[in-house]
Design a protein around this ligand. Sequence first.
Ligand code: C5P
Length: 404
Amino acid sequence: MQPLRGRHVLLGISAGIAAYKAAELARLLVREGAEVQAVMTRSAAEFIAPMTLQALTGRPVRDSLFDPQHEAAMGHIELARWADVVVIAPATADVIAQLAAGSAPDLLSTLCLATEAPVLVAPAMNQAMWRHPATQANIGVLAGRGVDILGPGDGEQACGDTGPGRMLEPTVILAAIEQRFVQGRLIGKRVVVTAGPTREAIDPVRFVANRSSGKMGFALASVLAAEGAEVVLVAGPVALSTPRGVKRIDVENALQMHRAVFDALAGCDLFVACAAVADFRPVDVAERKIKKTDEVVTLQLKRNPDILADVAARPDRPFCVGFAAETHDLEDYAESKRRAKGLDMIAANLVGASQGFETDDNALLVIWEGGKVALPTQNKSQLAVELVKLIADRFDAQTATQDS
Ligand code: C5P
């Protein structure tokens, strides 16, 4: 997925200390295939050299309304039309005030008045300036006009204060820009995915776990996000990087996963339970490492809650997709599991030598009420694409039935 490939991004940079982060944002945008035109306010050059941005974007920085050389090539109105999106990062209190007032004292503010492209603003300022009623009123005006306000973040500030006003990190701003261009079947849908194993502690150094790598769940989260869904990925301990645009919550054991899923469930449209949750946990967790003095030790285990069944039992339940790993009689076991847990869909796979846990390939038998499809052995990323298609088909069909 490269939603920014070939897109024209007009990157506005105003005079704040966070301007140095605009260089990183420009680099990320170019890496994603965007064409980037930096436009700086005059005093932004006090914080970052225009040459840096020119080198990163391959285009001379624009900073003046009255530059005959540039106006001859692409005038400011052409530039406003050229932009597919305008992103101001950092946006100072002053720039925000200009946009809210509709004043146009320089090139950047003029472009914002002249463009019909969406405008995204990443505020960056001292916390008192951010909290000031004038700034808050201006932000309210901009938000009311459909301007996307990204952040600001909270924390330590360059001036020594602590509080709201930090510019969001370039990767977060990039994701918000990309979101504007994502075209997918699940735009506006909220999805919670579980992935990976859980670890159930025996003592401070030992645990009961399983062989799940988390690859299938991470691949699904990635494809769901690429289809435009807002994805929360609740992950057990795995060695995988977070897919682009996905919010990841790391947990260790089944009870934590249960809690994290239920915390993320508000407004959720789809729940995809891909985690290999441990069915049991030790009754007692030893506070200290158990010594190997005895020849035989007995570990007493108790059942963990079934996260998927609990979600599916809620009155306001999302569309629920479960997984079933079986060694034999795949279809019968999967279908009875689907019914027992009250699922809308189940994806079943045989676990054996060359597929299932810890492998890159898998095959799935996908079953829903009144239908089934066998997805042949393939890479888990490709399989995730096929499965998400089926999920979106069934989800749309169910929504259509409920609406009629
Ligand atoms: O019953 P079984 O463990 O085979 O069911 C597998 C499905 O149920 C998977 O989708 C898995 O993520 C989910 N599950 C769960 N919580 C558990 C056990 C399984 O969400 N405690």
